[in-house]
Structures are given as C-alpha cells and as structure tokens.
Design a protein around this ligand. Structure first.
Ligand code: PLP
Length: 356
C-alpha cells in the first residue's frame, strides 16, 4: 500500500480470479468458461460498420441488448438492467441495497460476495453450509437483512428448488433477495417467473457461461421496475457507458439465437453427467451438479495434491484453500475430449497414490 491509499481500504483482500495462463497450453477447466464458441450470429453482428461506429460512444441505455433480454424472458424493458459482466451488477446491488442493513450469504459460495461486502464496508453474515453442502435455508428466513444466494451454488454445483427461494422471498418482504443465476441454464430452476409476484426479488445472470461470452463481459439483472431503477441510479452515477458497442451487439445476437444456446447447454449437461458417472466409477465423490462444473473429491488424497498433479499433467482445475472444501476440486465441464483426458489423469493420480 502506498501512503496515499485510503486506510479503510488497506485491509481489502481482493478477489483472486482463476489462473489465465499464457505460457503453456493447458486443458483449461478452472474458470467455468464455455468450451464452445459463441453463436455464429455474434460474428455476423460484429461487422465492418460496427467497428467503424466505435468512434461513437455506445448507447447508455443499451436498448438493443435490453430488448433482446426482455423478449427472451417475457419481461418489460424497465425490468432489465445490463452491466460489464455480472460482477459489475452484483457490485451495484451490494452498494444500492445494503447500506446500514446487513447482507447474508452462504459461507461457501461465490468468492466475490465477501469482497464486495468489505469494499463497501457492509455488515455481512456468512452462513455455513449444511454437512451435505446444501444451503441452510432455515438460516436465511429472519427478516431485517438482505440475502444473496447463488443458485446453483458455486463451487458445489447444488441447486435449491424454487420453493426454497420463494420461502426466502416471503420471509423478507422489506429486504432484497438477490438470486445469482450464473449457472441456472445448465439445469436448475430459474426464479425469473417469480418477478411479477415479489418486488424484492433481483435475479442476476451472465453471458459468460451459458452463452460463451466470458470475454465479452456482459451481465444483467432482472427484477421489479422499482429495484431495477435503483440499480440504474447507481449505474448512471458510476459509468453510464458501462457496456461498449461490441458487447451490446454481441449480447443481443447471442440472446436471440435460442436454438444454438439450447444445443450448447444440453451438450454440456450431457458431458457433465457422463463425466460425473466416470469419476464415481473411480471411487470419487461427486455432488449432484446442475452447473457447468463438477465438484469432486478424490478419495484419500489431499485436494491440493490432486490439483497440483493435474496441473503437472497439463490440466488446470480450481482448488480453494478454504475450510470444509479443502479436499474438493471444482472442475469446469469442457468438451468430451477434455473430460476424457481429465478422467484418465484422475485415474493415474489415484493409482500413483495407491503405489505411494
Ligand atoms: C462467473 C460468475 C459470476 C460472474 O460472471 P461475470 O463474468 O462477471 O458475468 C457471477 N456469479 C457467479 C456465481 C459466477 O460463478
């Protein structure tokens, strides 16, 4: 820290993204990117005229993108806000709604939630998961604090049924319940259908995973017009041009290609389930993931060691040095070929372990 930095921020522990190596060709299963390219419509949308128009500022209302999103989800335009990755809209929400009021989220969940809470100086309550890694719904029913839930949760991959989300919404009539649905398209129930009944619901989604646009940085929030308007107030007080021209075009094109999106998600879910079955045959414990990653425990071996051996074998996965999940790995679902290589490597590591 320089002597110029705000002392209140000196203790910040920033979010650490998964490794993005440049030096070596890894099979990259560590940041939940989509193994397939974006819809071919994206390439068509970004043409010479689009590049020429880059001299002009982007549309601060991102109208084309918000229209495509509103149509896809059967919502009105004033129920949609967009952002530079969903991380940005999560930050806007943490800032807009929490203030004096605290925020509760599961202790094992997306690593950005506690970082945002610290950045904005919020009172945060991290609620431990149950022993089976499920979210302790009962512990989120006391009104008077806002709630943030990733559904499916990361890195466990486990999804809550909609009835549990609805219990939280009903228990918190005067608090915001934010449901981060970064992975919902891979097989969980979305809360979008509840928006017209619960003014306090904010659903956050991203183009990074199910729409193959992690590098495009496009996220969005869906909710009541009142809550979305609050996010817009923060957004317009921070960066009204938060989405560039190219992401607006790319996002709208991807959102309109429903057939491509469905085919991609189905393919990834099928690869996920086949890989889970193969790992179980090897004796691994695997949670019932509804996301585009698996959460895996290799028996009798420390998670860090399996992570390191996989890395030596050219496969990057994510290991979290955190209580209760230290012996588990989060493994993104790649192509069938990627996953065959992963299963083979895990098998070798287990055999080495037995020989040692
Ligand atoms: C990946 C992810 C995000 C954010 O993704 P962006 O690339 O910023 O849109 C948000 N929440 C969860 C739970 C995620 O896993």
């Amino acid at each position: 820290m320089s002597r110029f930095m705000d002392a209140r921020l000196a203790a910040l522990e920033p979010y650490v993204p998964g490794e993005q190596p440049r030096d070596r060709a890894f099979i990259k299963l560590n940041t939940n990117e989509n193994p397939y390219p974006p819809s071919p419509e994206v390439l068509r949308a970004i043409d010479e005229a689009a590049v020429r128009d880059l001299r002009l500022y982007s549309d601060p209302t991102a109208l084309e993108l918000r229209k495509a999103i509103a149509e896809r989800y059967g919502l009105r335009l004033d129920q949609v806000a967009v952002s530079n990755g969903s991380d940005e809209i999560l930050a806007f929400a943490f800032q807009a709604f929490n203030g004096e009021k605290g925020v509760a989220f599961p202790k094992v969940s997306y690593g950005f939630y506690p970082v945002f809470a610290n950045l904005f100086g919020l009172k945060a309550r991290a609620v431990p998961l149950k022993d089976d890694f499920t979210i302790d719904v009962e512990a989120f029913l006391e009104p008077g604090e806002n709630v943030v839930i990733a559904n499916p949760n990361a890195p466990t991959g486990l999804a809550l049924p909609l009835c549990d989300i609805e219990r939280m919404l009903a228990a918190h009539p005067d608090d915001v319940v934010l449901v981060d649905e970064a992975y919902v398209d891979f097989g969980a129930e979305s809360a979008v259908g509840l928006i017209d009944r619960y003014e306090n619901l904010l659903v956050v989604q991203t183009f990074s995973k199910s729409r193959s646009l992690a590098g495009g940085r496009i996220g969005f929030a869906l909710g009541s017009a009142a809550v979305i308007n609050d996010l817009e107030t923060v957004r317009n007080s921070f960066n009204p041009y938060n989405l560039g021209r190219l992401p607006i075009l790319a996002g709208a094109a991807a959102m309109r290609d429903e057939a491509y999106f469905r085919a991609c998600c189905d393919r990834i879910a099928a690869t996920r389930d086949r890989t889970a079955a193969a790992l179980k045959v090897l004796g691994c414990a695997v949670t019932d993931s509804r996301a585009n990653f698996l959460f895996v425990n290799v028996p009798d071996l420390p998670g860090e060691r399996v992570y390191a051996r996989l890395r030596e074998k050219g496969i990057l996965v994510r290991w979290f040095d955190a209580d209760t999940i230290r012996d588990w790995l989060r493994i993104s679902v790649g192509t069938d070929e990627d996953m065959a290589a992963l299963v083979k490597a895990v098998k070798e590591i287990i055999e080495e372990g037995m020989g040692a």
